[in-house]
Write a protein that binds this ligand. Structure first.
Ligand code: NAD
Ligand code: LMR
Length: 339
């Protein structure tokens, strides 16, 4: 048997043998993009997903037709922006993943995407609030530090905001933090789980290496922290104008969706880092903050505090909170001024 047949056969056998509940509709908005396509593919391989609804301003039905031939049980349907397309895509969804919007080019910050992506996310959030007010909404579109507060404001304005069901996807930061430490230490990344808190851009990304018992020093520590904070820029540079991380992001988004489905289907102790409406630093202007969050059938079950950190990590956190408060304020102001 060829290698690829062997690998994909194994993936499918694992997929079919996992315990499942039969009705979980998952929608992807921005499904034909760089993230949307591989993310949809990974969701099609997930036996916890029974129905996959793929929407994009262009190409949703084509991606859906392609993915629908994969021999796993879930149904797949693509939707165009016809008057009822987005509504039909969202109706009945338990999870909505939103990677719609433009990615960075070299030289740009995530905040440079604000002018384009803020209104895209606002409009999609409106559709979600109307058609799927009880769904878990997973925001991938950047700048996450601002697009999550925008979504919250839209839901509030429609009277359906549930802070337990809105998530900024920061999983990729943790995936990177684990991978990068494993490269330094020669360990298996699957066994690494580095806590990362704060937000999702540059200095707002704060890895807490000390909590995993590591003590990097001097330049090695600085280089590690820089790599986690600016890992996205590494990919943007390497792609040379063709976009930002898509494949690793698809994996991270699929992992987060899988965790939510596991928790919804009764599994206990499912913990993921995510950017949520959080009490931790509200007194410092940060109504949203990423930390480890226990997930449950109602979404957010328990928000873990940051915990014990070193004085150096505290300094990083102080810088993070200042930047993050500004990003959040900008998102809230946009949503209020441009309803
Ligand atoms: P892309 O340009 O390849 O794909 C974006 C897709 O969104 C396109 O197919 C486009 O047609 C679609 N789209 C645009 N407006 C839409 C709308 N109103 N409704 C539905 N679909 C719409 O970009 P990409 O590489 O997939 O990145 C998407 C976003 O994800 C970017 O903002 C990027 O910065 C962000 N991102 C976030 C993370 C993270 O960790 N949270 C990681 C990587 C990328
Ligand atoms: C990432 O972390 O890879 C994403 O936020 C995309 C980007 O712009 O870097």
């Amino acid at each position: 048997m060829s290698f690829s047949r062997h690998v994909f056969g194994a993936v499918q056998r694992r997929a079919f043998s996992a315990s499942t509940r039969s009705n979980s509709k998952v929608a992807v908005l921005g499904a034909s993009g760089g993230i949307g396509q591989p993310l949809s593919l990974l969701l099609k391989l997930n036996p916890r997903v029974s129905e996959l609804a793929l929407y994009d301003v262009r190409g949703g039905p084509g991606v859906a037709a392609d993915i629908s031939h994969i021999n796993t049980k879930s149904t797949v349907k693509g939707y165009d922006p016809t008057p009822s397309g987005l509504k039909e895509c969202l109706t009945g969804a338990e999870i909505v993943l939103i990677p719609a919007g433009v990615p960075r080019k070299p030289g740009m910050t995530r905040d440079d995407l604000f002018n384009t992506n803020a209104s895209i996310v606002r409009d999609l959030a409106k559709a979600c609030a109307d058609a799927a007010p009880e769904a878990n909404i997973l925001i991938i579109s950047n700048p996450v530090n601002s697009t999550v507060p925008i979504t919250a404001e839209v839901f509030k304005s429609k009277g359906v905001y549930n802070p337990k069901r809105l998530f900024g996807v920061t999983t990729l930061d943790v995936v990177r933090a684990s991978r990068f430490i494993s490269q330094l230490k020669g360990t298996d990344p699957a066994n690494e789980n580095i806590t990362v808190v704060g937000g999702h851009s540059g200095a707002t990304i704060v890895p807490l290496l000390s909590q995993s018992g590591y003590e990097l020093k001097g330049d090695q520590l600085d280089e590690y922290i820089h790599r986690v904070q600016f890992g996205g820029d590494e990919v943007v540079q390497a792609k040379g104008g063709a976009g930002s991380a898509t494949l690793s992001m698809a994996m991270a988004g699929a992992r987060f969706a899988e965790s939510l489905l596991k928790a919804a289907q009764g599994e206990k102790g499912v913990i993921e880092p995510t950017f949520v409406d959080s009490p931790l630093y509200k007194d410092q202007g940060c109504d949203f903050f990423a930390s480890n969050v226990e997930l449950g059938p109602n979404g957010v079950e328990k928000i873990h505090p940051v915990g014990k950190i070193t004085p150096h990590e505290q300094k990083l956190l102080d810088v993070c909170l200042k930047d993050l408060a500004g990003n959040i304020k900008k998102g809230v102001a946009f949503a209020k001024e441009n309803p």
